[in-house]
Write a protein that binds this ligand. Structure first.
Ligand SMILES: Cc1cc2nc3c(=O)[nH]c(=O)nc-3n(C[C@H](O)[C@H](O)[C@H](O)COP(=O)(O)OP(=O)(O)OC[C@H]3O[C@@H](n4cnc5c(N)ncnc54)[C@H](O)[C@@H]3O)c2cc1C
Length: 390
């Protein structure tokens, strides 16, 4: 069976790996010219960690990962206002926890299939129509081709979802925040292995030092900014963070000099179905939980693993496989989305009182029983994935 997978981020390469392993013929189409190593940093544990291990990629993930020592919240003068030792989180995750740039994770996953799976970089699906026993796909650059199935692994703004299910607005639940991230070289101070964040009501800015003198910055703020123009996005960041103190003037100046700025709305995708006919969605395209879950990569990998496994188990009967895929994951993912939504007040509390409570609570996390009580359940995956190995 020839299966077109749109998107070579996290879900796409994972799906291609498992499809190939089960004897299918996946083809990837990725709009970017290649896999980029840069971007924001992701925490990685749970299902994703387990699947990376099954794919033989865990060693590389840990090599590229960072063992964060501390999460530190500081006030406008840089004095410590809250935070906790990151070891607490690692312990709750049974020691199976690391943090790495999303782009590096994507590259590691892609390396499992590089040279084995045809990948159309710098291209995108322009449209598709059903035809006898399959789907005819039109591309922006490539000539039209026929596939048995089309899978959208193309993220929050999935083109496959738009074509097969409807416009983003039908499924996007905006959580009231915008998020931005960028990377720079040579930034000082350079607190090794410490996530340093400064929060004022409704706004958080943070930095984390990477290898090779790189630093990654993260902004999250209450906003409904819809403009896609990069100049407008940079201006929005200046408006939101120009007056919040700490290192913001220096950080905004570094942002002005950077070439690539990630900027998006913090949203979830909630759909009544993830599959339709010969089309299925995985990862953020189907059920984006948002950065607030801190687990979107793992869930994207879990969905890819289950979808491929069910296609194999159903011997390519996509109707049966798609139904089992949704049955296996829908309730579990739905609960993750609800829990993530509640977490917004932790990242950027709306009021001074909320901020004070967040800072006090963050200090309490240093005590294991309290940490278990406060965040233990959100770090657990209450599901056992099927074992599809023959
Ligand atoms: C700031 C931030 C922090 C986060 N922190 C964490 C965290 O700590 N832990 C965690 O696990 N998750 C985190 N996440 C979420 C995580 O990044 C996503 O859930 C995860 O990347 C989803 O994987 P995906 O493969 O479904 O989509 P993506 O990673 O978005 O990949 C989609 C791919 O599709 C490609 N694409 C898009 N459109 C097209 C098109 N039209 N045609 C072809 N290709 C296309 C893209 O270029 C990309 O390569 C965070 C997200 C953000 C924004």
């Amino acid at each position: 069976m020839k299966i077109l997978v749109s998107g070579a981020g996290i879900a796409g390469p994972t799906l291609a790996y498992w499809l190939l392993r089960y004897g299918f013929e996946p083809v990837l189409v990725e709009q970017a010219p290649g896999i980029r190593d840069t971007g924001y940093i992701v925490d990685f544990w749970g299902l994703g960690y387990d699947i990376a291990e099954r794919m033989g990629s865990l060693g590389q993930v840990l090599d590229r990962g960072y063992r964060v020592r501390e999460v530190r919240f500081v006030d406008a003068q840089g004095a410590k206002a809250g935070g906790f030792p990151a070891e607490v989180i690692r312990r709750l995750a049974g020691g199976r926890f690391t943090s790495l740039p999303r782009g590096e994770l994507s590259r590691i996953l892609y390396e499992t299939i590089a040279g084995k799976v045809e990948t159309l970089f710098s291209d995108t699906i322009a449209g598709f129509e059903p035809r006898e026993g399959g789907v005819r796909v039109r591309f922006a650059r490539e000539k039209p081709r026929d596939f048995d199935l089309v899978i959208g692994a193309d993220g929050l703004h999935s083109v496959v979802r738009r074509i097969a299910f409807g416009p983003d607005g039908m499924f996007e639940k905006h959580l009231g925040y915008s998020v931005a991230a960028f990377e720079t070289k040579g930034y000082e101070p350079h607190d090794e292995l410490v996530y340093v964040g400064h929060t004022v009501p409704g706004r958080q800015v943070a930095r984390f030092a990477l290898r090779d003198d790189r630093t990654v910055f993260f902004f999250m703020f209450r906003d409904d900014f819809r403009g896609s123009d990069e100049r407008g996005q940079r201006a929005a960041l200046h408006r939101a963070f120009g007056d919040v103190g700490w290192e913001c003037p220096q950080i905004l100046a570094a942002m002005d000099r950077c070439d690539t700025l990630y900027f998006d709305r913090v949203s979830q995708i909630r759909m009544p179905r993830w599959t339709k006919g010969r089309v299925a969605l995985v990862g953020d395209a189907a059920f984006c939980v948002s950065l607030l879950a801190g687990e979107g990569t793992g869930l994207a990998m879990a969905a890819a693993y289950v979808l491929a496994g069910e296609l194999d188990r159903a011997a390519g009967d996509h109707g049966t496989a798609f139904a089992r895929y949704e049955q296996c994951l829908r309730d579990f993912i739905g609960a993750k989305q609800i829990s993530a939504e509640r977490f917004a007040s932790w990242f950027a509390p709306r009021t001074e009182v909320g901020l004070l409570v967040r800072n006090i609570t963050s200090r309490l996390l240093a005590f294991s029983p309290l940490a278990e009580l406060l965040i233990g359940s959100s770090l657990r995956d209450d599901i056992v994935l099927p074992d599809y190995e023959p």
